[in-house]
Design a protein around this ligand. Structure first.
Ligand code: IVH
Length: 677
């Protein structure tokens, strides 16, 4: 069928428009049109292409994936894809520079391109006459696999370079990865669908890019950042890598924003330190920094070894995943009686800390992991999150080998008091004994004395355990009856520390209502909820008198939490304990409900980077008290971002969206001012 010029023009226009919106959406995270409008453009293009037989490999319609392939064909890299030499310390970075100076026979200050070392999968993209014709994995560096069908589904990879006179052959290399949010999204989807959850973004990205059926790849929000050029036929490259990055960006290729041109190794070291500092805030996982000589002439003068270039080095950060052995699984009884299995591990340094215990949450988790005592496991600690076992390794070989593998069995009775264990909901189990159980008693006292509750300095966990074991205290009010002689007689205590502790106990009596409410350890009442309760009701009698319905009127309190609160205050023992504490002199100022106007009502705030003068929870509680919502990510709806040192992508995004950003000092000043109004 002869296709009219008009149809051709419309198809062309639609392709450009869709790619333009793809870039806005995927590269800049700043869409300009609603999803429905985008879908309508794509649907129109799809129907024109199929009606008039106009499908081409660079059409955005090809991103949705195509029928499965039976196998991968091999690709030989014209220029091998090298690897990087690694260092682990600043000293080694300095030695790297010394080697460069020696080799160049010059001590002249060198310029470097400093880049995050993204923990993903290295790939090569070939553009012929500007059109993406081949995508390949690195493989062994010489031979990789053809994954063209899969890279076409990645929305931020242009199917055609944006330039008027495209080079005849142009190969870019870079890292394909899954961002942290994308990974969380697909894992939420997987667990919703009852599917297997993915262990980490890297392995998931590696699996996604090696799918024979590209429709599976298309479902994964994969991303890519380019970091080098392999072939450049028909185009003159600029003199330096940083200029190449600008050129690639101009072609519409995705380039990381967290790059820096540094002069001399000291500036590179500062870059590495800053990058490590903001590692948790980055939207993608990194395992280090890459430092490369920026000028191509200098790179050429330095040359390559068989495996890696002499002009670049990877500075590795502490690994976020390590393997270790499960020595035992014990059961811990929490403050509210919940019994939790905890794995005792062969200590392992992971994510910057030594980990020797990790919670297994519940028996279902143990079953899901297929975990046995004696297993070799992968422990992961990424960011500030608590370390967790993500995978059991080699369980088969352990089974066959030492025969030491032992199943984890839920005990018959509470491990602390022997009372019956009862089920609580689908997966939880708890000790039925309540406050008679010494473990529950210890945990509730530890919670009461902790820093974010009554903050009794010097009353640590070990001392509380001793005091309960010796039956010197059995509930929180007993703390206030302790005398110097008793305290001075405890392990590692003397006259001086007993005096200090008594002073701290006395000081803790003057508290605030939110702290007191939090310290009571009501189920599901954290710092923010305690603050919200205090602000809403002003004083304790009103909270005690409130029924579930009245409690639900408090911002962020739903029916379940309201029920827990109401139940707590209907319990005579709890009321008796509160009366006892007040008799012992615990007091707080009443909050004037009417004056605590919700000055930030309806606003959304985001906290990012490190806060140095108050904890995140405290900051959050105070914002919530003023009526604000505290969100985890920045969007057009954000009203203000509080950015501490090390703030990363959230800060960048706020700046892009021109959202108000303040530092911690300004934040504190504003809070105080608002709280006084
Ligand atoms: S440059 C010759 N730059 O790290 C230069 N690699 O151990 C070779 N990687 O296979 C690579 N981020 O998968 C380079 N900004 C970056 C990188 C990076 C991650 C990976 C890449 C490579 C491995 C080298």
């Amino acid at each position: 069928m002869a296709v009219s010029k008009k149809i051709h023009a419309e198809v062309q226009q639609l392709r450009q428009l869709i790619e333009h919106h793809n870039r806005l959406y995927y590269t800049f995270a700043a869409p300009e049109i609603p999803d429905d409008d985008y879908d309508a453009l794509l649907a129109r293009l799809q129907s024109l292409e199929s009606d008039y037989d106009l499908v081409t490999p660079d059409s955005p319609t090809q991103r949705v994936g195509s029928a499965p392939q039976s196998q991968f064909s091999q690709v030989t890299h014209e220029n091998p894809m090298l690897s990087l030499a690694k260092v682990n310390s600043e000293d080694e970075l300095r030695s790297f520079e010394q080697r460069l100076h020696k080799s160049l026979e010059s001590d002249a200050n060198l310029e470097y391109s400093c880049e995050p070392k993204i923990d993903g999968v290295a790939v090569s993209l070939l553009y012929e006459d500007g059109v993406l014709t081949r995508g390949a994995t690195r493989g062994d560096g010489v031979t990789g696999e053809d994954i063209t069908h899969n890279v076409r589904t990645i929305s931020s990879i242009p199917l055609r370079l944006q330039c008027d006179e495209p080079p005849a052959r142009f190969e870019v290399r870079g890292e394909i990865f899954l961002g942290k949010q994308g990974f969380a999204r697909i894992n939420a989807r997987a667990s919703n669908d009852g599917g297997k959850v993915f262990v980490n973004p890297r392995n998931t990205a590696a699996g996604a890019i090696r799918q024979l059926d590209s429709r599976n790849t298309a479902k994964m929000p994969l991303q890519m950042y380019c970091y080098s050029v392999g072939i450049a036929d028909g185009i003159n490259l600029p003199d330096s890598l940083s200029q190449v990055f600008a050129m690639l960006k101009g072609f519409g290729l995705p380039i990381n924003d967290d790059l820096l041109v540094a002069k001399g190794i000291d500036e590179c070291i500062t870059y590495c330190e800053q990058l490590l500092g903001k590692r948790n805030d980055l939207e993608y996982e990194i395992d280090g920094a890459v430092i490369k000589v920026n000028r191509f002439r200098t790179q050429e003068a330095l040359g390559n070894t068989a495996r890696s270039p002499r002009w670049a080095i990877a500075y590795k950060f502490p690994a976020e995943e390590k393997t270790t052995t499960v020595l035992n699984v014990e059961f811990q009884v929490g403050r509210t009686g919940t019994i939790t299995p905890v794995a005792r591990l062969e200590p392992v340094f992971v994510g910057g800390v030594t980990v020797s215990n990790t919670t297994l949450h519940n028996m279902d988790e143990i079953e899901r992991l297929g975990l046995h005592i004696g297993d070799t496991v992968i422990v992961r600690r990424a960011g500030d999150v608590i370390p967790k076992i993500v995978k059991v390794l080699d369980s088969e070989s352990v089974k066959k080998g030492s025969g030491k593998r032992k199943a984890v069995v839920l005990p018959d009775g509470c491990p602390a008091c022997g009372s019956a264990i009862e089920k609580d909901g689908e997966v939880l189990v708890r000790c039925s004994a309540g406050i008679i159980c010494p473990a529950q008693r210890k945990e509730s006292i530890k919670h009461f004395a902790s820093r974010t509750a009554l903050d009794i300095e010097g009353l640590g966990n070990k001392l509380i355990e001793q005091l309960v074991d010796l039956e010197l205290i059995s509930n929180v009010s007993d703390i206030f009856a302790l005398d110097k002689q008793t305290l001075a007689g405890m392990e590692r205590m003397g006259d001086k520390s007993a005096d200090n502790l008594l002073a701290a106990i006395s000081k803790a009596k003057k508290t605030t209502l939110p702290r007191f409410l939090f310290a009571l350890g009501i189920r599901e009442v954290g710092e923010a909820t305690a603050q919200a309760l205090a602000n809403h009701f002003g004083d304790l009698p009103a909270i005690i008198a409130a029924d579930a319905e009245a409690l639900e009127e408090v911002a962020d309190i739903g029916p379940i939490v309201a029920q827990h609160i109401a139940t707590f205050f209907r319990n005579k023992d709890n009321l008796g304990l509160i009366a006892q504490l007040q008799k012992q002199g615990i007091e707080w100022p009443v909050i004037e409900v009417s004056t605590m106007a919700k000055l930030l009502d309806g606003e959304t705030w985001v906290l990012t980077g490190t806060l140095e003068q108050l904890t995140r929870n405290e900051a959050k509680a105070r914002l919530v008290a003023l009526g604000a919502k505290v969100a985890g990510s920045v969007s057009a709806k954000t009203d203000c971002v509080v950015a501490g040192p090390g703030a990363g992508s959230k800060l960048t995004k706020a700046e892009e969206l021109q959202i108000k950003v303040i530092d911690e000092d300004t934040f504190l000043r504003q809070l105080e001012k608002l709280e006084q109004q």
